[in-house]
Design a protein around this ligand. Structure first.
Ligand SMILES: [Mg+2]
Length: 298
């Protein structure tokens, strides 16, 4: 990348994409992170993890201080500089890394207030009401990790204790408060109306507003919840998933732009190997003409 090119804003899923699904290592992607950072690229993890779970990973990947998106697009952390020209009332004070947190759709305390209101009508058990030992029992996490899983900014996992046929009723009532109910592995998740793509567009828009430059955006993911992210960037890399990918493949039909190989590259290899394969593909083929030195007349 030369000085004349637009800055690169790279948004990536972690588990099964930048990180190996089994050993959580970035493998061959690690040296690329270093190289891209040295050239001034922004590397933005976009994950379903909580901020508390993400923090040690940011450190171990050498990405501390980079922006991030957590809780499936529920919360975004931006460098304070990106907010200085147009401050946001709802942004937190900068943390030790100079990042300010913003709940993109709805902060957890407001989600909990709605759930409190509905708890008289429906039977469910949310993380906020559980002791750590109970979260640990339900998730299979050790106590330390269960504490981190319980520290949330923008979502509430819950176990449904009511009749299955009342779930649709519950969903409708949540929708009346601007909330979504999605099914995860073990839990139902109550969130504001955001996803990895909504949060990515939000972050890119804030960047453009403050830096007054259009970045080249790259997105990486392997799951159904990554498809909105892949649809929100200039060039995407779809990494083969681990295990059953039938839901993802069904949902792909909702994103016709991802069938266009000029927009989305399908990696052959899983995890970080596929991540590197896709990065190399777009570094060789992806930059639109106007972003090359020639296109800028430099
Ligand atoms: Mg993944």
């Amino acid at each position: 990348m030369s000085e004349t090119q637009a800055p690169l804003l790279l948004l990536t899923d972690l588990d099964g994409s930048l990180l190996d699904h089994h050993d959580y290592s970035p493998g061959p992607a690690r040296s690329w992170l270093t190289r891209l950072r040295a050239r001034g690229a922004w590397i933005v993890p976009n994950t379903s993890k909580t901020a508390a779970e993400l923090a040690p990973l940011m450190d171990s990947l050498g990405l501390a201080g980079q922006p991030w998106i957590a809780e499936n697009g529920g919360v975004v952390a931006l460098p304070a500089d990106w907010l200085s020209a147009y401050p946001l009332e709802e942004a937190s004070a900068p943390d030790a890394h100079g990042l300010c947190r913003i709940a993109v759709a709805m902060p957890r305390d407001r989600i909990l207030a709605v759930l409190e209101e509905l708890s008289g009508e429906f039977a469910f058990e949310g993380f906020a009401s559980m002791p750590v030992a109970r979260i640990s029992e339900l998730t299979g996490l050790g106590e330390g990790d269960a504490v981190l899983a319980g520290q949330r900014d923008a979502s509430e996992p819950l176990v449904w204790r009511d009749a299955p046929e009342r779930l649709e009723d519950f969903r409708m009532r949540l929708a009346g408060h601007g909330l979504k109910l999605t099914r995860g592995g073990r839990f139902h998740h109550v969130t504001g109306d955001s996803d990895k793509g909504v949060a990515a567009r939000y972050l890119i828009a804030r960047y453009r507003l403050c830096e007054r430059v259009r970045p080249w955006t790259l997105g990486f993911g392997d799951g159904a919840n990554d498809l909105p992210l892949l649809a929100a960037v200039d060039n995407a890399v779809l990494i083969p998933g681990v295990g059953d990918t039938s839901q993802r493949d069904r949902e792909l039909a909702d994103y016709p732009q991802l069938a266009d190989e000029r927009r989305c590259f399908r990696a052959n290899l899983p995890g970080p190997q596929g991540w590197v394969e896709g990065l190399r593909h777009w570094l060789a083929n992806g930059q639109p003409e106007e972003w090359t030195s020639r296109g800028l007349g430099a």
